[in-house]
Design a protein around this ligand. Structure first.
Ligand SMILES: C[S@@+](CC[C@H](N)C(=O)[O-])C[C@H]1O[C@@H](n2cnc3c(N)ncnc32)[C@H](O)[C@@H]1O
Length: 262
């Protein structure tokens, strides 16, 4: 898989079994910070993935449309999803000023030119409406990442180039409060705020931590190439390597918001 888009498309089912448990909880946190999240408000879930923000915003009564570059992520659980479009953040297929809020949960840490994508988000937001984006703090990590990578490497896993770029450049450029605030202002937003928050993620032990890592888009397409028996061995080896008392998952998350000028 040479591109993030293809990898995400291929990862959708594994994502639902693992990372979705983490991202659903993170989406709740982002949606809770959205001013004016009222029944009937029109929300764009930008970089929707398998629909974490769509579910959280719909549960609060919003009318949601989802967009993502990876069609596979949008087709996951499609009968229970809001209307969606396959689209890159850099070119949204909507006329201007149609949404009360655009919510982008862990998307702009994947994007090489976040100012351009955020400017598109601003364009489709009504004057006075809000654009929200979340990202991981660039300094935050968790020991399970290296442990699972090392076990997977024994089975032939090699990190895809797009993920190396994401780890070493893209996510860092959108991974500090200062850089994110600057990016939102350059995109045309006002009243910009970026808050840092440590989120306690509820996961049940090593098995769910391993499912989180093996279901991520940089790894799931590789795991899918293995036979079911080998996938089982890899999962058992990784769970044993993580150990019975893993470090709790408490990501440091940056929650950003800005308003389109009236
Ligand atoms: C880490 S996942 C987050 C998914 C979802 N927002 C969530 O919180 O569960 C990143 C998502 O952004 C999408 N994405 C990455 N780059 C994109 C781009 N340039 N335009 C649109 N979507 C993009 C990926 O396909 C993926 O679904």
């Amino acid at each position: 898989m040479n591109t993030s888009r293809d990898s995400y498309s291929a990862a959708a089912s594994a994502w639902q079994r693992g990372p979705a448990k983490v991202y659903d909880q993170l989406a709740e946190v982002l949606v809770d910070t959205c001013p004016g999240m009222l029944p009937g408000c029109r929300v764009l879930d930008l970089g929707a993935g398998t629909g974490a923000v769509s579910r959280a915003a719909s549960a609060r009564g919003a009318t949601v449309v989802a967009a993502d570059a990876a069609w596979g992520m949008l087709t996951a659980d499609r009968h229970h999803r809001p209307p969606c479009v396959v689209a890159d953040v850099g070119g949204l297929p909507f006329i201007g000023e149609v949404f009360d809020a655009v919510l982008a949960s862990f998307v702009f840490n994947h994007v090489a030119h976040p100012v351009d994508g955020l400017a598109e988000a601003v364009r489709v937001t009504r004057p006075g409406g809000w654009v929200l984006a979340s990202s991981f703090d660039a300094d935050w990590t968790h020991p399970v990442k290296d442990v699972v990578d090392a076990v997977a490497a024994r089975y032939g896993y090699a990190e895809p180039g797009w993920y190396t770029d994401l780890k070493t450049a893209t996510s860092i450029a959108f991974g500090t409060t200062g850089a994110i605030a600057d990016t939102l202002r350059k995109a045309g937003l006002v009243d910009v705020e970026v808050a840092e928050r440590t989120v306690e993620i509820e996961l049940r032990g090593a098995a769910e931590l391993v499912a989180w890592r093996l279901g991520m888009a940089h790894m799931a397409p590789f795991v899918a190439t293995l036979s079911p028996a080998t996938q089982g061995r890899l999962t058992r080896d990784a769970t044993t390597a993580v150990g019975p008392e893993p470090t709790p998952l408490r990501p440091v998350v940056l929650l950003a918001r800005g308003r389109r000028p009236r």
